[in-house]
Structure formats: C-alpha cells, structure tokens
Design a protein around this ligand. Sequence first.
Ligand code: ATP
Ligand code: ZN
Ligand code: ZN
Length: 987
Amino acid sequence: MAAEAAERHLELLREEREAELAESRAWQESVSLKELQRRGVCLLKLQAASQRTGLYGRLLVTFQPRKHDSDAELPYNSFGPGDIVGLYDSAGQGDLLSSGIVTRITSKAVTVAFEESRDGLPSLHQEGSYRLLQLANDVTYNRLKKALNSLKQYHGGPASDLIDVLFFSSDPSAFSETKPLKLYNDTLDASQREAVSFSLAQRELAIIHGPPGTGKTTTLVEIILQAIQQGLKVLCCAPSNVAVDNLVERLAGHKARVLRLGHPARLLQPIQHHSLDAVLARGDSAEIVADIRKDIDQALAKTKKAQDKGERSHFLSEIKVLRKELKEREEAAMAAALSHASVVLATNTGASSEGPLKLLPENHFDLVVIDECAQALEASCWIPLLKAPKCILAGDHKQLPPTIISHTAAAKGLSLSLMERLTERYGEKVVRMLTVQYRMHQAIMQWASMEMYGGRLTAHPSVAQHLLKDLPGVTSTEETSIPLLLIDTAGCGLFELEVEDEQSKGNPGEVQLAGLHIQALVEAGVKARDIAVVAPYNLQVDMLREHLCHRYPELEVKSVDGFQGREKEAVILSFVRSNRRGEVGFLSEERRINVAVTRARRHVAIICDTHTVTSQAFLKRLVDYFSGHGEVRTAFEYLDNLAPECYAQEGRGERQRGAKLPAAPGPKLQLPAGRKLKAAAAAEAACRKPEAHFSPSTSGPGSESPGTKDGAEKFKAVLAAFLESDEVQLDFPPSLSSHDRMLVHLTAEDYRLQHWSTGEGRDRFVSVRKKEPAEPSRPTATLPSQQLPIPQPQRPSGETPSPAEPGGSSEGSGKLDLKTLHLERVRREEARREEAAKKAQELSTGLPCSSRKKDKTEAKGKAAVKSGADSVAEEDIDALISAAVKADTTCSFPRCKASVTTLGQLCLHCNSRYCLSHHIPEVHGCGAKAKAHARQRISREGVLYPGSGSKDKSLDPARRAQLQRRLDKKLNELTSQRKSKKRDKEK
Ligand SMILES: Nc1ncnc2c1ncn2[C@@H]1O[C@H](COP(=O)(O)OP(=O)(O)OP(=O)(O)O)[C@@H](O)[C@H]1O
Ligand SMILES: [Zn+2]
Ligand SMILES: [Zn+2]
C-alpha cells in the first residue's frame, strides 16, 4: 500500500521536477553569461580574496571583483544569504568546480560556504578568475526522492504502525488511560483544550484543523510543552523557514530546550541563537574544535608556500588527518547537543537524514509535529514522518495548497496535501477543529465560516465588533466604521488589460480605486503599515506597487499567495478581472479567495467588477454577502472624471459608437437587492420633477436604491423634453452626484447631444447642448426610443478603456501623487517650449521662409518633433510649437492621444510617459524587458509562484534608485540646457 503510493508519488515528483527545470532552462540557457550578469544571477570575473575554515569545517571563501584597485564594487545582483551557487573556472572549459551557499554579501564582496570541501577545493589560487552562478536547487528534490524511496522500502522502523494508519491499512487508535492535564497556558478556549487533550491521547495520529486566526500555533505550543513534560522527544517541522522560526520563538519563550537545524545564513537573527551552530559554538568542545580549525588554516597556508611536490603532499595529508579529527569531534558535539534538546526544529526537508539527524539513534524521537501541513507536499512530510511512531499535523486545508508548477502533476494528485487526504478519509476520528477566532470582525469571519468551515466559527468577544475607528489615532469616518466595503466597477469601463498570459492580468482602474480608498483610510488616521493591498495577479501587484509604494512606503502590497499566514487591520482586495466574457481565472479557486478575505482584522474592501465575477457561483455568493452585510459603492463615486470625460470627447464618441457591440447584454448597473447607493437615490430624487429643479443628492441618506435604471429612464425623459424645447443649453445643478452626472453623460451621448462637466469637487456640474445644425449628425429621427439599452461607457474587449481626458477641471478627484514625475514633466515641457520658441526665432531671423505645409498638424506630436527637427524650415511654425507642447502631454503609445498631464505613468524600461491604458510594459512593447526583470526575481527566490508576486519585496531598491538616477540626470540636463540657452540670449 505504502510502497505503491510512494511509487506513484515519485512519478509525479519527477514530472514536477521536469517542469521546473524546463522552465528555468528556458530562460537561463538561452542567454549569454553577460546577460545573466545583467539580470543579476551571475557574477563574472571574480577572484578568491580570502579563505578560512568556518563553523563545522565549511570552507568560507570570499570573492571580489578581479580588479586591481581593491575598492571595486560588485555589479548589481540578486545574490543573497542562503542562495545556492555554482563556482566555475572562468578560464579553460569553465567547468563547475563546486557548489556552495552564500553566507554574506556586501557591495564589494560575496562569501560562499562550500559544504563538500573536506578534501579541499582544487585549490583556489589568488590569480585565478572565477564566476558564480545561482543554481536551481536540486537538494530539495533529491531529499524528497530519498524520503519516498525509504518509505517504499520501510521495514521495522519506529514509524511502521504510523505508516499503516496513514495508508489506511489499520485504524487510528488512542491510548487507554490519560492523565488530566495541567495547562501551561490557561487562557486556552474550549476548542483549543479539546485539541490539546485529544492530540496527546491519540496513539498514532491527530490532526488539528486551525482556520484563520484560531490560535493554531498557540495550541501546538501547548501540545509540545505537554509532550516535553511527559518526557517525550519531539521533532517539530513545517514547510517554510518562517513557520519553523515562529515555533522556535514561541517555544523558547517557554524555556523549552529547543534546537534549530538549518544553515545559519537562512535563519532569522533572533533564532540564530538556537541554531545548532550557535549551540556548538557555546559548547565544551568549541575550543578544541577552534584549535583544530586554526591548524587546518595554517597547514593550508603552508601548502601554498610549499616548494616542492613532496612538501605539498605532506601538508595535504596533514590537513586530511586534521579534517577527520575535526569531523569526529564536531559530530560528537552535535550528537550531544541534539540528544540534549527536548525539541528539535527544522523545515521538512531540513529534517533529512543527510543532515545532522543521522547522528541520532533511529528511535530517538517519540513524536513528530508538522505545522502548516496543508501547505506542504506530502513527500516533504515523509522526511520527518519516518522518524517517529506518532504524528500531530496542524494546518488548514481550506487555504492554499503547495505551489505546483506542472499542471498535470497537480491534477494527478501532487497538490493534495497529506492533511487533506487524511481528513477526507478519517474526519472526526482524527481531526479536531479550532472554532474560536481571534482576528476578524464578526462580519468578516461570518462569510468564511459559512462558506469554508461549516458555519462553526465564532468570533472571540475581544475582536467580534472591532473596527478601524477603535484603533488609537483613528477618527470615525464612513470608511473606518464599516467592516465590509464593496467598490463595484461594473459598467464603469474599467476593464482588465488584454494580456494573453494568465499570470499577468492587470487592471489600472482598480489600481486607482485602491489608491483613493487608501487615501481615505490614511486621512482618517489609519497607519499605512496597518493596511495591505492584495491582488491575485503578479502584474496587478506590480502596478499597485508602482502606483502606491512611493506614497505609502509602509503599505504592504502582496499577492494572495504571498500573504497567506499574515494579517492586517485593513485589507484591500483588487480582484482585477473585468471582461465581457465573465472569465475569472485564478479567482475561481475558492481557497485563494478565502485566504484573501481572512487576512483582514477590522476592515476588508473588495474592488471588483461584480458583473464579471458573479458569473461564478462562489464569487456571486461573496458579492451577495458583501451587498447584504456591508456597504456597496460604485466606482463612479470615486472616479468623477473617468468614463464621462471619455464620452464627452468629440470624434472619439463616434469611433466608439461604430465599434459598440450590438445591444450586448453588457453590464446594466443592476444592483443586488439591499444595496445602498446614494447616487441612485439622488437620480430618483432628481427626476421626480424632471421639468424643474433637482433636489440635492445629500438628502435622504442611506435610502435604499430602486435600481439605477429608473434614474436613467428619468434623465432620458428630461433630455427628451429638452430636445423638444427651444432651449439650446441645459445646465444640471451641482447637487447631482458623480453617478448622476455619468448617467446624464451617457444619456446625452445617446441623444447625440454635446455634454461636458465643469467646475471642481462639489461645484462640479454637467451641461448638455444641442449640436450645431451645420454638423452632419444623424437626423433627430434616430432619437433612441425608451427601449434602447443604456449605453455603457465600455469598449468591446480588445480595446482598453481610455483614461480621463483631463479638461480644465480634471485635478478635482484624481489626486494622484506623482509629484516628482509631475515636476519632471513640467520642467521638460518648459524646456521644450523654450526649444521650440528658439527654433521659431532662428527661423524668423535667419532662414528663408519656404512654403507652408498645413497637413502635418495632425501628426502625432512626438513624431512631428523628431522628424521635424531636421526639416524644420518646411514646417508650419505654429504647428511645430503646438506639437512640441503637445508631445509631452500625450501618451507615447502610437496613435494614442490620451493626455498624460495628470494621469500619466512613466515606464521605467523605455522612460516614456504613457496613459493609464498603455503604461503597462506588456502593452506598449517593453514586455520583454519587464519579463526579464520579473524573471530575475523568480530566479532569486528559486520558485515560480503562479498568481503571486515576489514573496517579499515591497520595493525593489535597485529599481527605485535607477528611476531616481534617471530623473536626476534628466533634470540636470534640462537645467544645463536652460542655463546655456540663457547664456546664448545674454550674448
Ligand atoms: N485562547 C486564546 N485567548 C486569547 N487569544 C488567543 C488565544 N489563542 C490564540 N490567541 C491569539 O490569536 C492570535 C493568533 O494565534 P496564533 O499565533 O496561535 O495563530 P495561528 O492560528 O497559528 O495563526 P494563523 O491563523 O494565521 O495560522 C494571537 O494573537 C494569539 O495571541
Ligand atoms: Zn516602456
Ligand atoms: Zn495611451
């Protein structure tokens, strides 16, 4: 049974490994070494500056750039402590000499610990030239394989009975007698206590199911302390270093004798104290060991100076003897330290028998505990599981499973965790669920509880009603006194970007909305560090960071996957997907949404297109829950200028009209029942007396919406009446909400009326005007009937939404903090204007005036300026000047005329400004560069996280610095240009 399963698992692992390798090969092998260095995964032309023997006989070599001045800096790179690197000889064949682990990296040097160095690296000489390359880590794969092979052949070891239970060939059982417990932590709730006593009473297997915030770690710590109290030896593991370190910290706090395995370079600072290396360094044999190391180093030095071969080999054999002694002494010391500890902690793969644990007798451990078990590959659990007769697994299989690259391997069961497999089979027989949660406001919890946890969760009174406004320094506002907020973009034309790659989906409109909501929270006193923005897609995470992080450095922007296990006071979720096809991709993974929502303690805001996402039943229930229990706002309430302004543009409206889908069953602004929508109420009020005055939208607070359609119908009536009348222009009062104004814009467009908004903020109002008769517009006979669908400010898929076309009043609600960029742009603009003026001057004074060409005025500003510079004499001067001015205010994307005055974004790859629809590198042609950048991060972390950003890099400092440098350079250029011009004038 076990053997079969192990064999099948091995097969799937092979498949996964192949997928992983294929992926890293695909990009690593097709590029040159220089390119690899540019991407930061390779360091060329290094010299071995110094060598010494470090802890546990590791050879530590420090490499520096091979330059003659010792001050040379390493090129930009993504090397970090814990990375596995290959050492290559630059000369000759460039063979792999050895592999090691980076222990330290500074701007000038990188230090690598070579593990298999006992017989000496083929002597690195000072003169040699070497290179380091980050390696795909096959250590993990080999250990998984080894564990499964041991499982296949397992015979008579301590885990024999446990294996039978885990493969269902015998039933789990309990100890007959159990003593009453005296708890270390007497604040445990009933479900936690039950989990503790149940786990201790089980003979082979217990599972603790800990939904978000239910104190799973707190419970595990109590269990481990009780086990120690009973004299048991515990091996405690988790799939990630972070989870293990968390346990080390909590256990050490209870004065348990803990020992943490793992390369010290990979451990958090406060945990290093508990590492095996640190314990050894404090031990009795530490001095002797240090002496031996010194002897080895001396012998090594002598070898180098050795005159002849005989002398050399003498020293080498001496070193061999010394190393053997060092190894024996160290192993004895390690074995002593390991058996002295009550709890040994390691990652699942760190518990491999290839490591220090091989020094312990086979039946040393009585209990294996695995935390975050639902996030681990089953194979990785088998590494520790084979070492004890009993296991306690903890986790939550309703959150995300381990990341698998190969889709087929995942589908065939590789992503099914051991915890889930056992829970499905045994249920109550082995599982105890924690049911009191200590994180979320009741309203946030309730949805997850019903959807994922059988309605069994309750909120502890200490958190059940807590809101953002209860935090110190936070004032009570609309935003800070609600736990649930849904910002709906349905019908607002805020489509996702059309990118083929499933992993890179982005939605610029949602980025903006997130920014505005954060602003509202921060203005109410919520600290940026208490807020997280979470999105399911890499691209969106990048866009959010680009847009928000410079303004809120402490804000955390993460992928859902990257935020698992964490919490924040306020969480803003950007669901990204918005398309006519109702495609939701990653979002359909219920566990991902569960993780996303349950990170929030006091407030969760979902930004999504309800029309798109409700095509999926699970997401529809989520939207319905938020509609029924929280506040709903439409994106129109935030983005005053967006859609209507697009429509107001002459010409563009025509283009759109032509391309519009024939009466598509597009989003109709239908609102779920019970939705509070101020705008709709106002629209209704506004149209109660269509012929006369509009009542202000602020009356009737919180009135329930009758649905927006009615409002639109009534605006139609108003406009129809206006058309019949002799009036030329109709101004609507400023009391209309942004949503009302949008309805007016839409309806006016449909009636072929001119329409625009004027004024700022509260004074903003919308006007409509009959078109000039001269215009060959369609005759009034085509006036839409009442039955015509309300036109949506949407484009058919394929065309991305256009951003605001800022008129004189556009600064009103955008409030984007692009101050630096703005400043740069303004100066650039100024310089260009001066340049153009200068050219004009030159022309009018020096050069003969040739025939004027008017037809080029339509040409795109940038192109006109560039090509125009050469043949400037032929150009119409006015056109040239206006083109030069326009060049910097319009999007750099070919044929796009959108303004970038307030909403533009600078692309870091090509250093051009684009509108919000085109600033994504993939969209305007910098995709390859952006990908290379992303790849760099992937290689840095060694794993590809589908649908997730890099694990923890809220801001890439290198990238920021690069941007800063470019800005500075540009500004300097401009300043000196201006100076020299001034001088010219003065002459
Ligand atoms: N019985 C309890 N009484 C009061 N607070 C508790 C209790 N149990 C847990 N908590 C609190 O709940 C929070 C979460 O506990 P813990 O760190 O054990 O989380 P966890 O369940 O492991 O986390 P996650 O849900 O993210 O996996 C902590 O702040 C902890 O102090
Ligand atoms: Zn670009
Ligand atoms: Zn554009």
